[in-house]
Design a protein around this ligand. Sequence first.
Ligand code: UDP
Length: 235
Amino acid sequence: MLTPKYKRVMLKISGEALAGNNKVGIDTDTINGVCDKISEIYKLGVDVAIVVGGGNFWRGRSGKGMDRTTADHMGMLATVINSLALQDALESRNIPTRVQTAIEMRQIAEPYIRRKAVRHLEKRRIVIFACGTGNPYFSTDTTAALRAAEIDAEVILLAKKVDGVYDSDPNINPEAKKFDKLTYLDLLHKELGVMDSTAASLCKDNNIPIIVFGLDHPDNIIKVILGEEIGTSIR
Ligand code: UDP
């Protein structure tokens, strides 16, 4: 029997990680692949909370000339689409889930209530937090940090397309160097583009470690959960 290192984790999945090669929308094979991996860690007995981004549909800052708050509301709605898609794919694997939204839309999902979210996790349901923080000018990385602190998650697993944090874009620069370990201050000062400064500060102030890893290799997420040092760890 494999023994997980963590009892409760916050998994942050970017919107793009659901889009496959198209980079936009949702690719069925890709989301099924992601949910197969989530299902493996769930079956190890780990409490799994998920925050999903919306960048595969819309990011507030891409709304050139638009009112920023309106553009961010659109981004938050995009996270709901992704959350429902994840819920559907996980439930088709017989994993009970709840979606909780930071902006009320009761016909679609529960409103975010921290105590309820914790109760769902205790009852072995995967909880997916949608609509980000519910506020414009924030990101879903910040949401992951905030909800991780609220539900006492031990770690944020930042699932990316690349297998860790590099000093430059490895898709462009073949000489790019990967960091095995970084500090929160490195994140804040080196502008590595892993997460925004609000999210990094929140993790720093609340001592929430972050592990950045690539979702493309099938075993990575299991390795991270078992405590193997892959990707980049930030603390
Ligand atoms: N967003 C927001 N407040 C939040 C979280 C997200 O306004 O608390 C909006 C923002 O416009 C953002 C979009 O939702 O660009 C999608 O989230 P994000 O860019 O973090 O998604 P990802 O890049 O992870 O796919």
